[in-house]
Design a binder for this molecule. Structure first.
Ligand SMILES: *Cc1c(COP(=O)(O)O)cnc(C)c1O
Length: 376
């Protein structure tokens, strides 16, 4: 029997039109961080999300870094950040020599808990430390509880940055994620719902923020005929080649969201009879792109998430633990944390299943057969 091909967690899925945009860049000889593809990509991303303005960058991490810099986050400032996220949410806070204040998740979305958020803000205010920004993450594509979070942010006058790296195509009450805060960011890394091979974007309705982002992302050049600099800048712009890949990918974004949602539905139905396996339904008002289908396993049954992961691995199927809470990472061992053990329990009980939009029904059957076998 030939060896089964490996099933990856979330591989790139090309539309087929990307090469035409790359050819255009070659024809125009814009093999650089300027050119028509970048302008078109920014315009189309701004239109599709309703954000108005988008700045194409070379990573989502860079976009978070610029958003913090634009809000004036600097050495000694505190920035609120969910503990349940990828390290890239919090690293840019350290780049600014600021301090992350980590907040627990709540169980209906797995994202930032509004109660713990308000407790943290009050506690910091009492110590005379007003948080400079609130970073909200929409993990695995699921919208955070934005109504409550935005209300709290407005009440205390703290600007919000949305890390929608995993949530392009998701919406809350009909409005695209990334467009609620002062700024939103997306990632086009190879494993995200669409890719530019590596890239990111910052979106905002403020043209002032757009100008500042472009300025900082291209080495902060002052307006002068020679090279004149008054502040620190970065080399964060997206390449015109990458933007070409992105233009092809944007044409199929809606289709990719539908495909991922269908995959979630397939898993939910195929595994419905296993009571130990739990899914995360969409709360009212939430529309998730279902970037990754994640499950949690009931703690009082014999199969652990790691046993399940290893059983899948044996069959050449990649599954991954949920994000390890950042306040439990050695890197952030000395940082503040507000909350209890919601995120920690998700980490110990959860597993991300293969969710690539190109998965076939045959592959999904192969995956669910292995999973079902562990529970009989
Ligand atoms: C992928 C990701 C990022 C970083 O995006 P890059 O483009 O890889 O730099 C940030 N936050 C979250 C939640 C992510 O999943």
């Amino acid at each position: 029997m030939p060896e089964a091909t490996r099933i990856f967690l979330s591989p790139p899925h090309m539309a087929g039109t990307e090469m035409a945009f790359i050819q255009k860049a070659f024809a125009e000889n814009y093999i650089t961080t300027a050119g028509g593809n970048i302008a078109d990509f920014e315009k189309e991303l701004g239109r599709l999300t309703g954000a108005g303005n988008a700045v194409a960058l070379n990573s989502g991490t860079a976009a978070i870094h610029l958003a913090l810099q634009i809000l004036g986050v600097t050495a000694g400032d505190e920035v609120i950040c969910p503990t349940f996220s990828f390290v890239a949410s919090a690293n840019p806070i350290l780049y600014q020599q600021a301090t992350p204040v980590f907040i627990d998740s709540e169980p209906t979305t797995w994202n930032l808990c509004p109660v713990a958020l308000e407790n943290a803000i009050r506690a910091r205010l009492q110590l005379g430390k007003k948080p400079k920004a609130i970073l909200v993450v929409h993990l695995y594509g699921m919208p955070a509880r934005l109504a409550e979070i935005m209300q709290i942010a407005n009440q205390y006058g703290i600007p919000v940055i949305e890390d929608a790296a995993e949530a392009l195509g998701s919406a809350y009450q009909g409005k695209a994620l990334g467009t609620f805060g002062a700024m939103g960011i997306y990632s086009f890394n190879g494993n995200k719902i669409i890719t530019t091979s590596g890239g990111g974007a910052l979106v905002t309705d403020s043209t002032g923020f757009v100008q500042k982002a472009v300025f900082l992302a291209s080495q902060a050049k002052d307006p002068a005929p020679h090279y004149q600099h008054s502040e620190v800048g970065y080399n964060y712009r997206m390449s015109n080649i990458s933007a070409g890949i992105g233009l092809g990918q944007l044409t199929v974004l809606a289709e990719r969201v539908q495909q991922r949602r269908t995959i979630y539905e397939y898993y939910r139905q195929a595994l419905a009879l296993v009571t130990a396996i739990r899914f995360l339904p969409e709360p009212p008002g939430a529309f998730s792109n279902r970037w990754l289908t994640c499950i949690t396993l009931a703690p009082d049954q014999p199969v652990t998430p790691d046993q399940l992961r290893l059983a899948l691995e044996k069959e050449q199927i990649e599954a991954r633990p949920l994000w390890k809470p950042l306040h439990l990472q050695p890197l952030f061992a000395d940082k503040l944390y507000y909350g209890s053990t919601v995120a920690e329990n998700l980490f110990t009980q959860g597993l991300c299943l293969p969710s690539g939009s190109a998965l076939t029904t045959t592959q999904l059957e192969r995956i669910t057969t292995v999973i079902l076998k562990q529970f009989i």
